[in-house]
Ligand binder design. Structure first.
Ligand code: AMP
Length: 395
């Protein structure tokens, strides 16, 4: 059984073809500059590459390029798309409607479209991609939507509500939805499997360009750091994380900025990039800090402190913690950050195994055997999680 996994943005389309008999990746690729010019880079599992610049006025031409790459190019991996059992789409916003993955029916597609109001940068692009998929592959191949938000639908109202006038929740459904749910679910399931019990208190830290932390009780999300949008939580590559909303209105008034301009600053010009003035990439900022750049050091110190604070608050919210897991580009690679978190939690009996902590991007326990809390690196695999959900639904 082969599952085609699609992660579509407004001008890009990432994909993987996964053979579910052994969960191996047969091919992966990326179409870029859709709607502008168009380019595809497709890599087969054995390393063969097909790359081309092809006009892609819409996502339909991008999917046609993918079909060519998969079935006819020098890097082909299948003879025909008939070999594909289903298509799984990553969908950013499922609102309160979707608490789990779903087969895409015309009604589900209409709901995903309507939820575009809550995720204007993402859901409309997903809808375009789904429609283009139907155009390219017909309705014979089932399509499944896997939502970034659905894992977080188990949060209680006291956790997801904002202390705004209640009417805004009623009128506009303004509340915390969270994000990165597919990753937090995948990583926490892995931790619970290693721990050998569902009945554990787990904190998963997805630290990449976008960052979020989730508190999990009995395998279910109890709280998560991202909010109404992925801007909330703590400092990320270019996003502010949580801050006093008055700072936002104050700057907007002083600089005469529209709400959209201010939102752009909070989403794209802030975070590690905004503080360091160097880059949104933690590696560049760490290198500058080592050279003595004070703003770079401040950015790193701020981000680490904010991560620690979230973990601490979730330990209180869960009434303790059995396991903490790190994932994402930073979480899987940044040994110094992980050691800082472990050392800062030494008062709880957390003990870092500094030798194991040197490992990068591999599943491993990085706490000592006598640590009171198990700490892990668990590489995330959102595509595989989407493929598994897709397979489960079509079965
Ligand atoms: P992601 O969004 O998950 O791809 O993660 C991207 C982030 O991971 C960037 O900020 C990178 O700087 C960071 N990253 C990747 N490798 C390392 C590393 N070796 N040390 C620190 N950060 C890293």
């Amino acid at each position: 059984m082969k599952i085609f996994v699609v992660n579509a943005g407004s001008s890009s389309l990432k994909y993987q073809l996964i053979d579910m008999t052994d969960e191996s990746v047969l091919a992966k690729g990326l179409c870029e500059r859709i709607g502008v010019t168009g380019a595809i880079k497709h890599t087969a599992a054995d390393g063969r590459v097909y790359a081309a610049e092809i006009p892609m006025p819409t996502h339909s031409e991008a999917f046609e390029a993918v079909v060519y790459a998969m079935t006819k190019s020098d890097a082909k991996v299948i003879d025909s798309f008939d070999e594909i059992s289903a298509i799984g789409h990553r969908i950013v916003q499922g609102g309160s409607i979707f608490s789990k993955s779903t087969i895409i029916t015309p009604e589900a597609l209409a709901d995903i479209d309507a939820l575009g109001e809550l995720a204007p940068l993402h859901n409309p692009a997903h809808v375009l991609a789904i429609r283009a998929c139907i155009k390219t592959f017909g309705t014979e191949i089932p399509q499944v939507a896997v939502f970034d938000t659905s894992f977080h639908q188990t949060m209680e109202p006291k956790v997801y509500m904002y202390a705004l006038p209640y009417e805004y929740y009623e009128k506009y459904k303004v509340r915390k939805y969270g994000a990165h749910g597919t990753s937090h679910h995948f990583v926490s399931q892995r931790v619970l499997a290693i721990e050998g019990s569902q009945d554990k208190k787990v904190i998963t830290c997805h630290l990449g360009n976008g960052c979020s932390i989730t508190a999990i009780k009995d395998g279910k999300c109890f709280d998560t750091s991202m909010g109404f949008t992925p801007l909330d939580g703590f400092m990320m590559g270019t996003r502010t994380g949580t801050l006093d909303p008055s700072a936002v209105t104050f700057i907007a008034n002083k600089e005469n900025l529209t709400p959209d301009e201010m939102s752009n600053i909070c989403n794209k010009k802030s975070g590690v990039f905004g503080i360091s003035g160097i880059s949104n990439d933690n590696r560049d900022v760490a290198a500058a800090a080592q050279q003595g750049n004070e703003r770079a050091q401040l950015a790193i110190d701020m981000q680490r402190y904010q991560i620690l604070k979230f973990i601490g608050s979730y330990i209180a919210a869960l009434g303790g913690v059995d396991a903490i897991a790190f994932t994402g580009g930073i979480g899987e690679n940044d040994a110094e950050l992980r050691a800082y978190i472990c050392d800062s939690l030494a008062f709880l009996g957390v003990k870092c195994d500094y030798e194991a902590n040197k490992v990068r991007g591999k599943e491993i326990k990085i706490s000592t055997d006598d640590s009171k809390v198990n700490v892990y690196i668990i590489p995330t695999n959102e595509e595989l999680a989407i493929a598994r959900d897709t397979l489960a639904l079509i079965k």
